[in-house]
Design a protein around this ligand. Structure first.
Ligand SMILES: *Cc1c(COP(=O)(O)O)cnc(C)c1O
Length: 393
């Protein structure tokens, strides 16, 4: 027996139960088309909502930053790793989102790990949407606070758990995803805000899939609902619509100042590199200059969903460019994804435990990078595979 035998066994179990994650390799820049494991395929998988991951303006800004500032920050932010570019990015993000202040992190994931434990302690309670993202769940666990889930996107359930539990705790926070990535549905943030306000509780939203997508010119979910100045903490990411890498917390200036003192991934891990920061600033330049990319993203999403419905597919609860194609059982979704790949379309199958049992699906990620022709090719492949597998007539 070796010390790692148990791991080998666990991996075998994953493989035999069909839960082993075989990771594909991309051999091209991100865009409407990808080279995946050597084959050119239409990309329906990435979070590159606006096509910025390989945009010439972002690439040029990154190159210039490398020439002027080098490739690494070489220290954590609080010692010698805060460069002018980091502060410029934070200023630009705050202005873009119309908030008091912003602080950036290495990723959206670390933004949650920094923020929740800085705001919540053992004596406190977290009211958390049942379907919140893994990084929120991990941040909640790290905080040591009591986690009380409420029913997904249900303000009445939120109010019920607040009423029942609030008196037993020192302080409280409500945390929700903005856009839920499996269904593409949007949290009813206006109603959640009303509940949080009624009980005078902090409100935090993780808008990773809403940043650059929802609101005027991609300003996010708070803008979408007209809640400026009312949501205490808005977490975002620059790794999705912004096309780069990095996380952000935008909102209340006192909270942002506190995170510079107490956000552990800020204090104990280095920041994004100069080219990352410069490319993010270039993304804001583009978004502030024009709503063209965001408009194209929504036009593409509306077209694709309408055509899929005409073909007879069920696109679920989506209210965003995330388009689930509901299929039912996981083996069918996996077969569908394999057949699509054969037909030159790369779209991910999601099954239990990522989504509930019997709710397996293909998830299509629409992008402004797709042309009408690309979308039509994708629709053609869905029609062919859907008929072959008896999903549509
Ligand atoms: C993708 C995602 C994250 C993680 O963002 P990264 O910048 O990739 O770390 C965090 N929260 C939510 C809700 C997400 O969808």
């Amino acid at each position: 027996m070796s010390k790692t035998d148990w791991i080998t066994q666990e991996i075998e179990t994953l493989k035999s139960s069909g839960l082993y994650n075989r990771i594909r390799t991309i051999g091209s820049p991100q865009g409407a088309w990808l080279v995946v494991d050597g084959q050119k395929v239409l990309n329906f998988c990435s979070n590159n909502y606006l096509g910025l991951a390989n945009h010439p303006k972002l690439v040029a800004a990154a190159k210039q930053a490398v020439d002027e500032m080098g490739v690494g920050p070489a220290a954590v932010r609080s010692i010698a790793g805060t460069m002018t570019l980091h502060l410029e990015l934070e200023k630009r993000l705050a202005a873009f989102k119309g908030v008091e202040a912003a602080i950036t992190f290495q990723s959206g994931f670390t933004a949650n790990l920094a923020t929740i434990p800085a705001l919540v302690g053992k004596e406190d309670v977290i009211f958390s949407d049942r379907l919140n993202h893994a990084s929120i769940i991990d941040g909640c666990r790290l905080s040591g606070g009591k986690i009380i889930p409420y029913d997904h996107c249900d303000p009445a359930s939120l109010e019920a758990v607040i009423k029942e539990n609030l008196p037993q705790f020192r302080r409280a926070i409500v945390i929700t995803d903005g856009v839920f990535s499996m269904d593409g549905d949007v949290a009813p943030l206006d109603k959640i805000y009303e509940v949080a306000k009624k009980y005078d509780i902090l409100l935090m939203v993780d808008d990773a899939h809403g940043e650059g997508v929802l609101g005027k010119g991609g300003r996010g979910i708070v803008d979408h609902f007209g809640l400026h100045g009312k949501v205490d903490v808005e977490v975002g990411t620059m790794s999705k619509a912004f096309g780069v890498m990095g996380g952000v917390v935008a909102g209340n200036a006192t909270i942002v100042e506190w995170l510079r003192q107490r956000g552990r991934p800020f204090l104990f891990s280095s920041a994004v590199t100069p080219p990352d920061a410069a490319a993010c600033i270039a993304a804001i330049d583009l978004l502030e200059a024009s709503t063209e990319l965001v408009d194209k993203l929504w036009a593409n999403a509306k077209y694709f969903k309408a055509e899929m419905k005409k073909l007879g597919f069920d696109t679920g609860l989506s209210a965003t460019p995330i388009t689930p194609v509901m299929l039912g059982e996981a083996p069918l979704a996996q077969q569908f994804s394999r057949d699509l790949f054969e037909a030159g379309v790369f779209a991910m199958a999601l099954g239990y435990p990522t989504v509930p049992q019997g709710k397996a699906r293909i998830r299509v990620m629409i992008s402004a990078a797709h042309s009408k022709d690309d979308l039509n090719k994708g629709l053609g492949a869905f029609m062919k595979v859907g008929k072959k597998l008896g999903v549509i007539k």
